[in-house]
Structure formats: structure tokens, C-alpha cells
Ligand binder design. Sequence first.
Ligand SMILES: Cc1cc2nc3c(=O)[nH]c(=O)nc-3n(C[C@H](O)[C@H](O)[C@H](O)COP(=O)(O)O)c2cc1C
Length: 205
Amino acid sequence: MYVDVESKDFDWIAGYKLCTGFVNPRPIALVSTIAPDGHTNLAPFSFYNLVAARPPVVVLGPSLRRDGRPKDTLVNIETTGEFVIATVTQDIGPQMVRCAADLPYGQSEFDFAGLTPREATKVRPPLVREARANLECRLRQIIRTGDEPGCGAIVLGDVVAIHVDDAVLDENGQVDPRKLPTLGRLGGQYYCSVGEPFEMEIPKT
Ligand SMILES: Cc1cc2nc3c(=O)[nH]c(=O)nc-3n(C[C@H](O)[C@H](O)[C@H](O)COP(=O)(O)O)c2cc1C
């Protein structure tokens, strides 16, 4: 198959479905935000990664809805400048998927999904108590790729505090992947879990 993305016939939905079938597994950020009136919001995003170490910077990609409206997460990050990313492990997969339901603005996904908010230290949006790791983030920059349906808003955030459950750490304070079964997103409705983690060393030249 060959697809010319610059062709006038390019179908962005087909292109999205095709590319997410092989740009994977993608980590899943369960993003907690708060609206100016104080109500909480929680939604999963797999256009997500840690993209810099000093300072630690994360990237998120909340796309415009098919009717062109921005997602609540984007509206809240833009207005408050703060968000929290909870790491999704297999045990909270079903709750994470419920958070993707399109609830009316103002109705919290915490209650709908059966997850528990826990106070953060530096930002107003709450952590997810059930998640083994949470990152408190402050907005650095939003880069827009357009204003049509499906266009992206690339959110860069500085991590300002890191919470990790001691139970998933090894004796050196590093995360032991066998103790943290993160969930990955594949194409369509497919997910994968960490099966048998193995090591590979970069050769010394
Ligand atoms: C695993 C998973 C990953 C998702 N990743 C994204 C994403 O990267 N970008 C996006 O715009 N929507 C993504 N979605 C859809 C949003 O979660 C969904 O539109 C949600 O209702 C947005 O909520 P909000 O309006 O409260 O921000 C994803 C859904 C799931 C289940």
C-alpha cells in the first residue's frame, strides 16, 4: 500500500487508522485536569510520551473532535496551565476506557470510571490514587497543527513532581518492569500488556 498524504483525496481518518496500526505500542496517559469552576476531568491519550529529560517534558496530542470542537482536556489545560498524567497499568485498563466516554462538560470521569482523586502537591488537578505513577505537569507550550476536525494541538508540559509507588521499584530505586504492567495502545480497539520484558545492551564502539 502507498498513500500520498499530500494528495487532495487524502482521507485523514483512514490515514490515522493506518498509522496507529504500526506506530505502536503507544503509552497511555490518563490526563487529569480541572476546569476554572473547579470540576475535575479525566481522559486517556495515547498521543503521549516523555520527550526530554532536563527538565522532564511530556507531549500530549488532544485532537479536535470530528465536529471541530476541542476536547475538555485541551480547554482545561489551556485555561489553567496545569495537568496530571496517571500511568495506566493493566488492572486499571477497564476504568481508563470508561474515561474516554464523551460525558457532558462538567461531569467528572472519576465517578463515572470508579477512580479516586488524590490531592497533588504543586498543581490543582488531582492525582489518580489507583495509578502506580503520577506526574504533576505545568503547561510549557501548545502548538496547533490546524483548526479543522482531526487537527492536533500538541501540548508540551514540564513535569514538576513525580509520584511512584515504592512497590514497583527495585533495590536501586529503578522501576522493575515486571512489577509495573503498563498497558500499550495498538491500532483500533487493541491493547497490549508488558509480557516478558528482556534486556539488550547497546554495543560499546
Ligand atoms: C486508549 C485511548 C487513547 C486515546 N488517545 C487519544 C489521543 O491521543 N488524542 C485524542 O484526541 N483522543 C484520544 N482518545 C480519545 C479521548 O480519550 C476521548 O475523546 C475523550 O472523551 C476526551 O475527553 P475530554 O473531552 O474529557 O478531554 C483516546 C481514547 C482511548 C481509549
